[in-house]
Design a protein around this ligand. Structure first.
Ligand code: COA
Length: 132
Protein backbone atom coordinates (compact mmCIF):
# COMPACT_ATOMS: atom_id res chain seq x y z
CA UNK A 1 0.00 0.00 0.00
CA UNK A 2 1.44 3.41 -0.95
CA UNK A 3 1.41 6.34 1.51
CA UNK A 4 -1.00 9.18 0.64
CA UNK A 5 0.67 12.16 -1.08
CA UNK A 6 1.55 15.03 1.26
CA UNK A 7 -0.13 18.39 0.55
CA UNK A 8 2.05 20.63 -1.62
CA UNK A 9 3.70 23.59 0.14
CA UNK A 10 2.10 27.02 -0.30
CA UNK A 11 5.40 28.93 -0.28
CA UNK A 12 8.84 28.23 -1.69
CA UNK A 13 11.84 27.11 0.37
CA UNK A 14 15.28 28.55 -0.33
CA UNK A 15 16.69 31.44 -2.31
CA UNK A 16 15.92 32.45 -5.89
CA UNK A 17 18.66 31.08 -8.15
CA UNK A 18 17.12 31.38 -11.60
CA UNK A 19 14.07 32.98 -13.21
CA UNK A 20 12.97 32.58 -16.81
CA UNK A 21 9.92 32.20 -19.08
CA UNK A 22 8.83 28.86 -20.57
CA UNK A 23 9.00 29.12 -24.39
CA UNK A 24 7.19 27.24 -27.20
CA UNK A 25 10.47 25.61 -28.26
CA UNK A 26 10.56 23.78 -24.91
CA UNK A 27 7.24 21.91 -25.30
CA UNK A 28 6.65 18.16 -25.49
CA UNK A 29 4.18 16.37 -27.75
CA UNK A 30 1.32 17.20 -25.33
CA UNK A 31 1.98 20.92 -25.72
CA UNK A 32 3.22 21.19 -22.11
CA UNK A 33 6.76 22.10 -21.20
CA UNK A 34 9.22 19.20 -21.57
CA UNK A 35 10.37 17.86 -18.19
CA UNK A 36 14.00 17.68 -19.32
CA UNK A 37 14.04 21.44 -19.94
CA UNK A 38 12.73 22.10 -16.45
CA UNK A 39 15.27 19.74 -14.84
CA UNK A 40 18.08 21.48 -16.73
CA UNK A 41 16.91 24.86 -15.37
CA UNK A 42 16.84 23.37 -11.86
CA UNK A 43 20.30 21.88 -12.36
CA UNK A 44 21.67 25.27 -13.42
CA UNK A 45 19.94 26.94 -10.48
CA UNK A 46 21.29 24.41 -7.99
CA UNK A 47 24.78 24.86 -9.46
CA UNK A 48 24.54 28.63 -8.87
CA UNK A 49 24.06 27.97 -5.15
CA UNK A 50 26.68 25.18 -5.07
CA UNK A 51 29.27 27.45 -6.71
CA UNK A 52 28.61 30.29 -4.32
CA UNK A 53 28.85 27.81 -1.43
CA UNK A 54 32.08 26.09 -2.50
CA UNK A 55 33.65 29.10 -4.29
CA UNK A 56 35.07 26.88 -7.03
CA UNK A 57 33.97 24.84 -10.04
CA UNK A 58 31.29 22.28 -9.31
CA UNK A 59 29.79 19.40 -11.24
CA UNK A 60 26.52 17.52 -10.85
CA UNK A 61 27.07 13.95 -9.67
CA UNK A 62 23.47 12.89 -8.93
CA UNK A 63 19.88 13.99 -9.32
CA UNK A 64 17.37 12.29 -7.03
CA UNK A 65 13.71 12.33 -6.13
CA UNK A 66 12.54 14.53 -8.97
CA UNK A 67 8.76 14.88 -8.76
CA UNK A 68 6.70 16.66 -11.37
CA UNK A 69 3.75 17.87 -9.33
CA UNK A 70 1.99 19.98 -11.98
CA UNK A 71 2.51 20.75 -15.70
CA UNK A 72 4.26 23.91 -16.90
CA UNK A 73 2.72 25.88 -19.80
CA UNK A 74 4.18 28.18 -22.43
CA UNK A 75 4.42 31.69 -21.00
CA UNK A 76 4.65 30.62 -17.36
CA UNK A 77 7.29 32.52 -15.39
CA UNK A 78 9.46 29.79 -13.89
CA UNK A 79 11.44 30.51 -10.74
CA UNK A 80 13.86 28.02 -9.19
CA UNK A 81 14.58 28.15 -5.46
CA UNK A 82 17.51 26.30 -3.90
CA UNK A 83 18.63 25.47 -0.38
CA UNK A 84 21.72 23.66 0.86
CA UNK A 85 20.50 20.57 2.73
CA UNK A 86 23.88 18.99 3.54
CA UNK A 87 27.57 19.68 2.99
CA UNK A 88 29.83 16.63 2.91
CA UNK A 89 33.58 16.56 2.39
CA UNK A 90 33.50 17.38 -1.33
CA UNK A 91 29.77 17.18 -2.06
CA UNK A 92 26.76 19.40 -1.47
CA UNK A 93 23.17 18.17 -1.41
CA UNK A 94 20.88 20.93 -2.63
CA UNK A 95 17.09 20.89 -2.60
CA UNK A 96 15.69 22.66 -5.65
CA UNK A 97 12.08 23.66 -6.25
CA UNK A 98 10.58 25.08 -9.45
CA UNK A 99 7.56 27.37 -9.02
CA UNK A 100 5.47 29.07 -11.71
CA UNK A 101 3.49 32.23 -12.08
CA UNK A 102 0.81 31.60 -14.69
CA UNK A 103 -1.00 34.18 -16.79
CA UNK A 104 -4.15 33.46 -14.85
CA UNK A 105 -2.96 33.39 -11.24
CA UNK A 106 -1.64 35.95 -8.80
CA UNK A 107 0.17 33.39 -6.69
CA UNK A 108 2.97 30.97 -7.48
CA UNK A 109 2.47 27.20 -7.68
CA UNK A 110 5.05 24.51 -6.99
CA UNK A 111 5.53 22.46 -10.16
CA UNK A 112 8.65 20.35 -9.60
CA UNK A 113 11.01 19.48 -6.76
CA UNK A 114 14.16 17.42 -6.47
CA UNK A 115 17.54 16.89 -4.85
CA UNK A 116 20.74 17.68 -6.70
CA UNK A 117 24.20 16.63 -5.52
CA UNK A 118 27.17 18.69 -6.68
CA UNK A 119 30.86 17.96 -6.16
CA UNK A 120 33.44 20.71 -5.74
CA UNK A 121 36.22 20.10 -8.25
CA UNK A 122 39.73 21.42 -8.83
CA UNK A 123 41.02 22.68 -12.20
CA UNK A 124 41.78 19.06 -13.18
CA UNK A 125 38.17 18.01 -12.49
CA UNK A 126 39.07 16.04 -9.35
CA UNK A 127 36.98 16.33 -6.17
CA UNK A 128 38.28 18.84 -3.65
CA UNK A 129 36.99 19.70 -0.15
CA UNK A 130 34.16 22.22 -0.01
CA UNK A 131 35.56 23.80 3.16
CA UNK A 132 39.18 24.45 2.29
C1 COA B 1 31.71 14.02 -9.84
C2 COA B 1 33.08 13.34 -9.97
C3 COA B 1 34.18 14.39 -10.11
C4 COA B 1 33.31 12.58 -8.66
O1 COA B 1 34.52 11.90 -8.79
P1 COA B 1 34.76 10.55 -7.93
O2 COA B 1 36.16 10.13 -8.18
O3 COA B 1 33.65 9.61 -8.22
O4 COA B 1 34.67 11.11 -6.46
P2 COA B 1 34.24 10.43 -5.10
O5 COA B 1 33.89 8.98 -5.22
O6 COA B 1 35.34 10.81 -4.13
O7 COA B 1 32.91 11.23 -4.71
C5 COA B 1 32.96 12.60 -4.48
C6 COA B 1 31.74 12.97 -3.64
O8 COA B 1 30.57 12.72 -4.41
C7 COA B 1 29.69 11.88 -3.68
N1 COA B 1 29.00 11.03 -4.63
C8 COA B 1 29.54 10.25 -5.59
N2 COA B 1 28.58 9.61 -6.28
C9 COA B 1 27.40 10.02 -5.73
C10 COA B 1 26.03 9.72 -6.00
N3 COA B 1 25.68 8.87 -6.97
N4 COA B 1 25.09 10.32 -5.25
C11 COA B 1 25.42 11.18 -4.26
N5 COA B 1 26.71 11.51 -3.97
C12 COA B 1 27.68 10.92 -4.68
C13 COA B 1 30.60 11.07 -2.74
O9 COA B 1 29.86 10.56 -1.65
C14 COA B 1 31.59 12.13 -2.36
O10 COA B 1 31.04 12.99 -1.39
P3 COA B 1 31.83 13.52 -0.06
O11 COA B 1 33.24 13.87 -0.49
O12 COA B 1 31.09 14.71 0.41
O13 COA B 1 31.81 12.39 0.93
C15 COA B 1 33.11 12.35 -11.16
O14 COA B 1 32.27 11.24 -10.88
C16 COA B 1 32.66 13.01 -12.44
O15 COA B 1 33.41 13.77 -13.04
N6 COA B 1 31.43 12.69 -12.89
C17 COA B 1 30.85 13.35 -14.07
C18 COA B 1 30.16 14.66 -13.65
C19 COA B 1 29.49 15.35 -14.82
O16 COA B 1 30.00 15.35 -15.93
N7 COA B 1 28.32 15.92 -14.53
C20 COA B 1 27.52 16.59 -15.52
C21 COA B 1 26.51 15.65 -16.05
S1 COA B 1 26.55 15.58 -17.80
Amino acid sequence: MTAPALPLPAAPTGEVVIRTIAMPADTNNNGDIFGGWLVSQMDIGGAVLARSTALCRVTTVAIDAITFHRPVSVGDIVTCYAKVDRIGRTSMLIAVEAWVHRYTTETQQLVTSGHFTYVAIDPAGKPQPVKR
